[in-house]
Write a protein that binds this ligand. Structure first.
Ligand code: SAM
Length: 229
């Protein structure tokens, strides 16, 4: 994944990224886990794939969960630590929770996590590589563990329907919010479901959301999927 690594390191070393968590993630965590007292939340291990500059990590840590994360960019991990330090959430022992790594080789043990979250990260690998990533997610999830995914869909801004490098996969789209972010797999909903199911994740929830741009001329469409091992 040298290509993705180079592009994302360039992005994270030269500019800021989201500071606040994905709203659908907040909804998912809120409706399923906010009823738990903080003592119980500490026992829930959550892995974020592609932490960016720590927006979701910051939220999950403030809410008292046991958070782990990986990102292919070393500047992303560094900036996540800086954010946690700024807000007095960083402790030295956290260093072993966050690693610079590729989602196709998750550097954590089998059946370690209660929840794995993917906010706009797995869509940065091709359709074909989704099989490897979903296999890895299954491997690190505990039995009955949950997978929360926010994934871009076919027909979104930047998906012009030509020059695919793999099924529905483009490289460096030229316009829109996803431009110059390396590989983008614009998934068909049925393919995403199929990829999850063949890798041992049962579908517990599936929704969509659409956000328009340029006075409603263009849009990004998202799948919000909850899978269960
Ligand atoms: C669109 S950003 C989302 C970041 C974060 N999840 C958020 O919601 O702010 C995608 C992130 O995935 C990381 N990434 C891209 N490809 C990756 C890969 N193959 N393995 C691990 N991380 C990857 C990027 O460095 C980037 O931080």
């Amino acid at each position: 994944m040298v290509f993705n690594e180079k592009i994302w390191e360039e992005i994270h070393s030269t500019r800021g990224w989201s500071r606040y968590p994905n709203e659908e993630l907040v909804r998912f965590i809120g409706s399923n886990f906010f009823k738990l007292p903080r003592e119980e939340r500490k026992k829930i291990k959550i892995l974020e794939l592609g932490i960016g500059q720590g927006a979701n990590v910051w939220f999950l840590m403030r809410e008292g969960f046991d958070i782990y994360g990986i990102d292919i960019s070393k500047s992303a991990v560094k900036k996540t630590f800086e954010r946690l330090k700024e807000e007095d959430l960083f402790i030295k022992s956290l260093e072993s929770h966050f690693k610079v790594a590729d989602i196709m080789n998750i550097p954590f043990e089998n059946e370690m996590f209660d929840i794995v979250i993917d906010i706009a990260t797995t869509w940065n690998v091709t359709y074909t590589d989704h099989n490897k990533v979903y296999k890895e997610i299954n491997r690190v999830l505990k039995k009955k563990g949950l997978f929360f995914s926010w994934h871009i869909l076919k027909g979104s801004y930047g998906d012009d329907g030509i020059n695919y490098i793999d099924k529905d996969t483009k490289e460096n789209v030229e316009e829109g919010p996803l431009s110059n972010t390396g590989i983008n797999y614009f998934a068909q909903y049925k393919d995403l479901i199929n990829l999850l199911e063949i890798n041992g994740l049962r579908i517990k929830g599936k929704e969509t959301l659409e956000r328009t741009y340029e006075n409603m001329q263009k849009s990004l469409k998202f799948a919000i999927i909850i899978g269960k091992k």
